[in-house]
Design a protein around this ligand. Structure first.
Ligand code: NOJ
Ligand code: CA
Length: 555
């Protein structure tokens, strides 16, 4: 069995979506010099690792998740020298660098693809997945994740190529050994440049069935069907292990796989230590599914199940937010009446769990979903596809817009709210995506000055984790509260124990006496502005972290 990487247990990872973080040159697009200017802010927050969503050369069909140059920097974000300056500044502050690694697919503008598509017989011919037409049509009925067929015809070859995501994101052919070598070489190159880890994008789909059977799933409104099974084929796990053995383990780099794993068994296949694949995983759940199925009870159940499955044989990435999800306070909290306390509750809950916490930019100030006026204001291709499919299914334009707004990935991608000015201090120009007008109230500048802000709550939590071995390494035990909306658990090491209570509702809920008797000093409360914890009746979205009382020494 390989040794777990212990250093990953001390990380708090901040995710930057560079396009929306900070624009240093006024062109309306966030950039690397912008990140450099805000590094002191991140140091003050206390995080010690940054995951950068893709910063590579890209025509931006999917905002950088379509890479046309793996060893180049996107022009809009700056230069390789800018990246190196940022790397050096991060190293100086002890901040680890985690890069997004997108190797399920490239851009259709990548030189490999341009060559591959030019003829059936060229040096890169096998780098992508090509199939002959079937009776003059696509090779099967599969839908692409972003709408339409998963196949696109290229007259030069008289063939279709496969793209699980947009048609500008052709899937790479991992069955081709030369392609794998090129990718491993590229990853090694980034490790040589000082990268500490990778978040590995859409990694469950590497291996494809040779015969591409038709899907039996019901068709989407546009007529195509999602594949019955594509994720997690044994061949995919073999490729991941090969990457691990060639690079990740020998070079001691952190890996976070973004996986499609609907069951805990499937999750374990990627992250059980004895599998030698990833250190931790971000399971992808489509927002529409999460919005419909989420409940505090399910949350607790899922956490408990994956905790039991992986303790002692794996590790957890802990996140509520990222660039593909609605804002957490809008999804799991209450972004109206209980905005501040519910944003704090979510932070306190997540940072109390075993695993490595992730903070998605803006989460630390409680940024919320946005309602942009019209579909034209949305940029995300997934949002636009949802809107289109809704219209095809017969919805009115108003209903289609409401639905698109609800699931839109742009909720998480509106610019970071640095101050209360019109563009939120993000840019001096016109931002590429509209700023949420609530920047007038929710912004970094105000919250840095306010001792009771959401931002200060994150700072306290991150600081607490650094000094509390039970939070970074301890065991977890859920406690029965008799109420599904009141989640309670302990974290403990032989030398230290904490007990936590989280009211995931807009009602008052009472902590049972039997549990309260263990609670000693209250360390943090989501009601700090109101004077902190005041008794067993928890207010709406009240969250408290206590030390467990030390047993009285025998008389
Ligand atoms: C997952 C990424 O997080 C998402 O933003 C992207 O659209 C897909 N993978 C395709 O790369
Ligand atoms: Ca810029």
């Amino acid at each position: 069995m390989i040794k777990e990487k212990d250093w990953i247990k001390d990380l708090v990872i901040y995710q930057i979506y560079p396009r929306s973080f900070y624009d240093a040159n006024g062109d309306g697009i966030g950039d690397l010099p912008g990140v450099l200017q805000k590094l002191d802010y991140l140091e003050e927050l206390g995080i010690n690792a940054i995951w950068f969503s893709p910063v590579y050369r890209s025509p931006n069909d999917d905002n950088g998740y379509d890479i046309s140059g793996y060893q180049e920097i996107m022009e809009e974000f700056g230069t390789m020298e800018d990246w190196e300056r940022l790397r050096d500044a991060c190293k100086e502050k002890g901040i680890r660098i985690i890069m997004d690694l997108v190797v399920n697919h490239s851009s259709d503008e990548h030189p490999w693809f341009l060559e591959s598509r030019s003829s059936r017989d060229n040096d890169k011919s096998e780098y992508y997945i090509w199939r002959d037409p079937l009776d003059g049509h696509e090779p099967n009925n599969w839908a692409s994740a972003f709408g339409g067929s998963a196949w696109e015809y290229v007259p030069e070859r008289g063939q279709y190529y496969f793209h699980y995501f947009s048609k500008k994101q052709p899937d790479l052919n991992w069955a081709c050994p030369r392609l794998r070598e090129e990718i491993f070489h590229m990853i090694d190159w980034w490790v040589d440049k000082g990268v500490d880890g990778f978040r590995v994008d859409a990694i469950s789909y590497l291996d494809k069935p040779r015969d591409f059977p038709d899907s039996t799933q019901p068709p989407q409104p546009d007529g195509y069907s999602f594949p019955d099974t594509l994720a997690g084929r044994p061949g995919t796990h073999a490729y991941i292990r090969e990457m691990n053995q060639r690079i990740y383990t020998p070079r001691n780099v952190l890996t976070v796989g973004e996986v499609s794993a609907p069951t805990v068994e499937e999750l374990g296949n990627y992250v059980r230590t004895d599998r030698e694949e990833f250190d931790m995983a971000i399971p992808f759940v489509p927002p529409v599914v999460e919005i419909d199925t989420w409940s505090p009870d399910k949350l607790r159940h899922d956490i408990e199940e994956s905790y039991e499955a992986l303790k002692g044989n794996g590790w957890w990435a802990r996140f509520f937010s990222n660039h593909d999800k609605p804002r957490q306070v809008s999804l799991y909290g209450d972004d109206a009446q209980y905005w501040e306390v519910s944003a704090k509750l979510l932070a306190m809950f997540l940072h109390s769990l075993p695993g490595t916490p992730f903070v998605y930019q803006g989460e630390e100030i409680g940024m919320t979903n946005v309602k942009l006026p019209s579909i034209e204001d949305y940029n995300d291709l997934d949002t636009i596809n949802t809107y289109r499919q809704s219209l095809l299914s017969g919805m009115t334009p108003e209903a289609a817009l409401t639905r698109a707004r609800l699931i839109s990935r742009d909720n998480a991608r509106t610019p970071m709210q640095w101050d209360d000015s019109e563009q939120g201090g993000f840019t001096t120009g016109t931002p590429w995506l509209k700023v949420n007008p609530n920047t007038a109230k929710i912004n970094v500048k105000a919250q840095r000055q306010d001792p009771h802000s959401v931002y200060q709550c994150y700072r306290q939590l991150i600081a607490l984790r650094k000094k509390s071995p039970s939070l970074s390494r301890g065991d977890m035990t859920f406690l029965e509260t008799g109420c599904k909306e009141l989640i309670a658990f302990t974290r403990s090491t032989p030398g230290e124990a904490l007990i936590t209570f989280h009211n995931f509702s807009g009602q008052e809920l009472t902590i049972p006496d039997a549990l309260l008797s263990a609670a000693g000093e209250a360390l943090l409360s989501s009601y700090d502005r109101e004077g902190g914890y005041r008794g067993p009746v928890l207010r709406p979205y009240e969250s408290v972290i206590f030390r467990v009382k030390k047993p009285k020494p025998p008389q």
